[in-house]
Design a protein around this ligand. Structure first.
Ligand SMILES: Nc1nc2c(ncn2[C@@H]2O[C@H](COP(=O)(O)OP(=O)(O)OP(=O)(O)O)[C@@H](O)[C@H]2O)c(=O)[nH]1
Length: 527
């Protein structure tokens, strides 16, 4: 029972592992939380970039389509005018009709700004926005381009400041050639740059967003934000144009602009029909603005969750600590209880004066020694030791000296009877008992005699004794339980008879009792 109780109290003290387990679990959970948050935020960012990239590409394709269709309209009108001029000739009637048709086209088609035709010297004979006779375009680059040689394609020129309107315009021109290929003039359509720029500015690309309509040679035709310098800038070195010229007509790229240091996501799309392209860009920061807000929110949530887990971990650790302290207190209480029990047990089995086993313990011990010896068919010896003339001692020296003498006698007895399994007990009053398991009669007699001698050897003066010293008389009994004695009481009774005989024989002597089932029934005496 005692051992089981201790084990029960020891269990709660094994708190080292749970504490480590809690700390490891908290670290693991926080780590998983932070890692999964970081991975999610990273994934979300790549999604946001991909979305913006796709949006830029889509927008570039749409704007390219818009530019392409405008150029196609202009080209169709120019082709028609040239055809009319060729079939109708340069007569006044035809020129008048051409002017009429051109003005109608300008009115009907909002995309075109002006239509012009000039002869081989650059002298205008058709102009929708001014008096043609006052104008000459021989100095213009597009004019020189067409004069250089037969070229029946549409020429998209660099933006110029219109002579008639003073506004920046994109020039689209076709050369007029005779059947023999001789240069006869130029048909020109102008597109107001602001029509493009205004549209580009209206797009929701943020303050630093950019839309550029450019030629494949790097010439800028229109830009969301533009000034005179814009049209002198050439972007042929940009990675987009390089990619287009290397055979990638559409795509996306993220670049940091040298001009303003802003990192932008660009989408670009080149026209398959005309040598132009549209590039659309928005600052990466703006593209990621929504993602950034989400990232802060998710990050904040993750940190709050980590904090929550950490606090919970701390609470669990604290609870474990309290449990541990309680377990320590419980163990201390248990130990003190055990020690109190042990004291009680000692008190219950020990004689207070002499420190020998008390009568109750003697009875139990003798009974179990008797049973064991009987089971194992081993001998058992028992002796009763009585102080001689002790009443006289008390009378002569006082009760306290009597107690002292008793203590010394018991000490001497214990010094002689030391073998494991032997028991010296106080039988009652000035009478002691000795239990000697596995001891036969002869050895028991010898041991009893040694005890007697030891007591006498103490040399305690006793004027009332016939021996002048404190002495003891001992009755000894020995035999095999179950064979020589029926029970422990029979042995005690035999020892008592032997003691009585020792007293009767003059005291200070040892007498061996006859076995209960002996043949002779004789007592043997020593010395
Ligand atoms: N001081 C003291 N005396 C005790 C104790 N126990 C018993 N006695 C005394 O021991 C005495 C025993 O006396 P008796 O039974 O007449 O025997 P006795 O005087 O020893 O004479 P014999 O036994 O015949 O030699 C009594 O006076 C008891 O009071 C004790 O613990 N301390």
């Amino acid at each position: 029972m005692h051992d089981t109780g201790r084990r029960q109290f020891d269990l709660p003290l094994a708190t080292g592992n749970p504490r480590r387990l809690v700390i490891a679990a908290v670290i693991f959970m926080c780590g998983v939380l932070l890692l999964s948050t970081a991975l999610h935020v990273r994934w979300d960012r790549s999604q946001a970039v991909a979305k913006s990239t796709e949006a830029m590409q889509t927008l570039a394709a749409a704007l390219n389509g818009q530019a392409e269709s405008t150029f196609r309209i202009a080209d169709t009108v120019l082709t028609a005018l040239i055809s009319m001029h060729r079939s109708g000739g340069h007569g006044a009637a035809n020129i008048g009709e051409l002017n009429q048709v051109a003005r109608t086209q300008i009115r009907e088609l909002g995309e075109l700004d002006g239509l012009y035709m000039s002869d081989a010297q650059g002298q205008y004979f058709l102009a929708t926005n001014a008096n043609p006779h006052t104008l000459n375009n021989a100095d213009r680059r597009y004019f020189q381009h067409h004069r250089q040689g037969p070229d029946d394609g549409l020429y998209i020129g660099q933006p110029i400041k219109g002579k008639t309107t003073g506004q920046w315009v994109i020039t689209l021109s076709r050369g007029i050639y005779g059947d023999d290929g001789s240069f006869q003039g130029v048909a020109l359509a102008t597109l107001n740059v602001e029509r493009f720029s205004g549209l580009y500015r209206s797009l929701p690309l943020g303050e630093q967003g950019i839309v550029v309509l450019a030629k494949r040679d790097g010439t800028i035709l229109a830009r969301s934000e533009s000034n005179a310098q814009t049209y002198l800038t050439n972007i042929s070195q940009s990675p987009m144009l390089q990619a287009i010229n290397q055979g990638t007509p559409k795509g996306a790229v993220t670049l940091t602009a040298i001009v303003d240091g802003v990192r932008r996501i660009y989408g670009f799309d080149a026209s398959p029909k005309y040598p132009v392209l549209v590039a659309v860009a928005m600052p990466e920061q703006e593209a990621l603005a929504a993602w950034q807000q989400r990232a802060w929110a998710i990050g904040g949530f993750a940190l709050a969750a980590v904090l929550g887990v950490a606090i919970m971990g701390m609470l669990v650790l604290r609870a474990l600590g309290k449990q541990s302290a309680m377990a320590i207190e419980l163990r201390a209480a248990h130990q003190s209880l055990a020690s109190a029990n042990s004291t009680l047990r000692t008190l219950a089995t020990e004689d207070g004066l002499t420190g020998l086993a008390n009568r109750r313990h003697l009875d139990d011990y003798l009974a179990s020694a008797f049973r064991r010896a009987r089971n194992e068919a081993m001998p058992l010896a028992f002796a009763l030791v009585d102080v001689d003339f002790f009443k006289g001692y008390n009378d002569a020296y006082g009760h306290l000296r009597g107690d002292q003498a008793l203590i010394e006698i018991c000490k001497a007895m214990r010094a002689r009877v030391r073998r494991e399994g032997d028991l010296v007990a106080r039988y009652g009053g000035e009478e002691m008992a000795i239990v000697l398991p596995d001891v036969a009669a002869e050895q028991a007699l010898t041991m009893a005699e040694q005890v007697r001698e030891a007591v006498q050897g103490l040399g305690i003066e006793h004027r009332q004794s016939a021996y002048d010293q404190v002495t003891v008389s001992i009755g000894v009994v020995a035999g095999v339980p179950g064979v020589d004695f029926d029970d422990a009481e029979a042995m005690v009774a035999a020892a008592d008879r032997a003691l009585y005989a020792a007293k009767g024989g003059g005291r200070n002597r040892v007498v061996l009792a006859a076995r209960q089932h002996s043949d002779t029934g004789q007592l043997a005496e020593m010395p």
